[in-house]
Design a protein around this ligand. Structure first.
Ligand code: SF4
Length: 84
C-alpha cells in the first residue's frame, strides 16, 4: 500500500499525531510551559494544539508526560500509541 510521507520544515520525518482530551484538561498549562510552540490554552482555558510540528518529538513527549491528568495522547507515524 502506498504511504504518504510529508517532510516538514522542522525536519521531523515522523511527527507525532497529537490528541488532546479537553474533557480531562485541568488547565494548568504545564504542557504550554514545556512546549509553548506546540500547545496553548484557548478562551475556555483548555488545551489546544497550536502546531504539532512546533517542537521536536522528544520535547512533545516531555510535555505530554508532564500533563498531570494524561490528557495528551501521542500517536507515532506508524499508528503506535506512544503516550500514555
Ligand atoms: S498539561 Fe494537561 S491539564 Fe495541563 S493544560 Fe496541558 S493538557 Fe491541560
Amino acid at each position: 500500500m502506498g504511504s504518504v510521507t510529508t517532510l516538514t520544515p522542522a525536519q521531523s520525518p515522523m511527527p507525532y499525531k497529537i490528541l488532546v482530551n479537553r474533557e480531562l484538561c485541568a488547565s494548568n498549562a504545564e504542557c504550554v510551559s514545556l512546549a509553548p510552540e506546540v500547545f496553548g490554552l484557548d478562551d475556555e482555558e483548555l488545551c489546544i494544539v497550536l502546531d504539532p510540528e512546533g517542537a521536536k518529538d522528544k520535547r512533545i513527549l516531555l510535555a505530554a508526560r508532564g500533563c498531570p491528568v494524561d490528557a495528551i495522547t501521542l500517536i507515532a507515524d506508524h499508528g503506535e500509541q506512544v503516550w500514555p
